[in-house]
Design a protein around this ligand. Structure first.
Ligand code: ACO
Length: 430
């Protein structure tokens, strides 16, 4: 007999089975709770709610552990390429030589977007946020690819769609940047790596030859890998939520991009840089910034700090910090924002408010400074996060569909509005 949790309500006792994961995490299964007791659980912000079992990513927030399919993030960031990591997340194992060759070929062959889609970029207002452009165009991509993955689709059609999305998202990101600065698009080139292609599409032009710095290419690769998945976070849960209605993959990913955009999630990387720039320009002291972040009457939060799961140092932030130091040293590059960020971290980690609440730098705290060193503009930072997170979204969408008993995600509520009342004619309605 497995472990059980007993619940007593109105003198009756009910039992719910305990589920144990491979890393010994435990949950109790309340699927029959309402049927048996008439009760539902209430958990604002889903702080204690498991929405699914998953074999993709393991996070231990107390010990600062992150593994994709069992592989530590530190090893992947050092040794893997982003396409290899994408394959690992989506298909469950590291690709063999022949699988990787096939995947690379598919990425190359599917890197272009339909020429009709270019009108979308050109007609967007120049002030449009790149995340808005990205989500719109990813959704539109589906209109140009009507072979959606459903129960009847063949595996090779899905593989093609995966490669198309992973490859095209970088083309779309670079094109939206080029459109925003009014420069002609630079097309992907077959003999470049995933990251080199992206940097070239972003920064080369007919009048300004651009040579990709191998160190920056390596840094970009590591950045995309550390962002590639993070189990049931806000955007991934959104992708699963939308996909659970059997909406197609493009629509589900589009919704994930929109969820990522918010400053409490992926949008924090843009907010961090904006805070650092504000400190630099206004001459505000770090102490003043921390006081504002601690003031409950002030909506300002210290972006890049705190996490729902990590109650110790975010392992992704550690990887990025190490990478940044190596690169800045080797390139003899200096960014005054890094000095401000380091001082902010130093003071926050010694501040009672942050210590008590276990608020540490998260992945967004240093990623913006690294992207800045590559020349990526501030408003593109969350787009970079989306490029990285795409394989995770696809992996979760696939896992949910492969599970065999797809159930629409539909939480319940406790209604707190008026009881039944009846129509009142206008004029002094009460
Ligand atoms: N600055 C100031 N106070 C903070 C911060 C912060 N960055 N983060 C949390 N707190 C405080 C909260 O006000 C709360 O205080 P209280 O107990 O006195 O009410 C306490 O710490 C616990 O925080 P919650 O907001 O309840 O934690 P939750 O898990 O709901 O939120 C979140 C996590 C959204 C990441 C939060 O820490 C935050 O807003 N951080 C800043 C935004 C950010 O960096 N987001 C990126 C997260 S990583 C990612 O999504 C990729």
């Amino acid at each position: 007999m497995g472990e059980k949790v007993s619940l007593t309500y109105k003198d009756k006792t009910y039992e719910y089975p305990v589920i144990t994961g491979t890393e010994n995490e435990k949950a109790f299964d309340t699927s029959n709770l309402r049927k048996e007791t008439g009760l539902i659980t209430m958990d604002y912000g889903y702080q204690n709610t498991g929405s699914t079992k998953s074999s993709i990513t393991f996070v231990n927030g107390e010990e600062g552990i992150l593994r994709y399919r069992g592989y530590p993030i530190e090893e992947l960031a050092e040794k893997a390429t982003f396409p290899e990591t994408a394959w690992l997340l989506i298909y469950g194992e590291l690709p063999t030589e022949s699988q990787l060759t096939l995947f690379r070929r598919l990425l190359t062959e599917n890197s272009l977007v339909h020429e009709n889609l270019l009108h979308f970029f050109r007609e967007m207002p120049p002030s449009a946020h790149p995340m808005g452009i990205l989500s719109s165009i990813v959704n539109a991509l589906g209109l140009f690819t009507p072979r959606f993955y459903d129960a009847e689709s063949k595996a090779d059609e899905f593989d093609l769609m995966v490669a198309g999305l992973v490859s095209k998202i970088r083309t779309i990101a670079a094109f939206s940047y080029k459109a925003s600065i009014g420069e002609p698009f630079v097309y992907p080139e077959a003999d470049r790596s995933y990251c080199s292609n992206f940097l070239n599409m972003m920064f080369s032009s007919h009048t300004k030859p651009y040579v990709v710095n191998p160190l920056m290419e390596k840094a970009l690769n590591a950045l995309l890998i550390v962002h590639a998945d993070h189990e049931q976070n806000c955007s991934t849960s959104t992708v699963r939520m939308v996909g659970s209605s059997q909406a197609n993959l493009y629509a589900s990913i589009c919704a994930g991009i929109c969820a990522l955009w918010g400053p409490l999630h992926g949008g924090a990387n843009q907010a961090v840089l904006e805070t650092l720039i504000r400190i630099q320009k206004s001459g505000m002291t770090i102490k003043e910034v921390l006081e504002r972040a601690k003031d409950k009457k002030d909506p300002f939060k210290l972006s890049g700090f705190g996490h729902r799961v990590y109650k110790s140092y975010d392992p992704r932030a550690k990887v990025l910090q190490g990478l940044m130091e190596k690169i800045f040293d080797q390139e003899d590059y200096h960014d005054p924002l890094l000095d401000i960020a380091r001082e902010l971290e130093h003071q926050a980690l010694r501040d009672e408010y942050f210590m008590e609440r276990k608020l540490y730098p998260n992945v967004d705290f240093y990623s913006g400074i690294l992207y800045r060193a590559m020349g990526i503009p501030t408003n593109m930072l969350t787009v970079m996060f989306a490029i990285g997170r795409l394989p995770g979204w696809i992996a979760h969408w696939k896992e949910m569909h492969d599970d065999g008993h797809l159930k629409i995600n539909r939480p319940r509520q406790i209604y707190t509005g008026p009881n039944e009342r009846h129509w009142v004619e206008r004029k002094d309605r009460t």
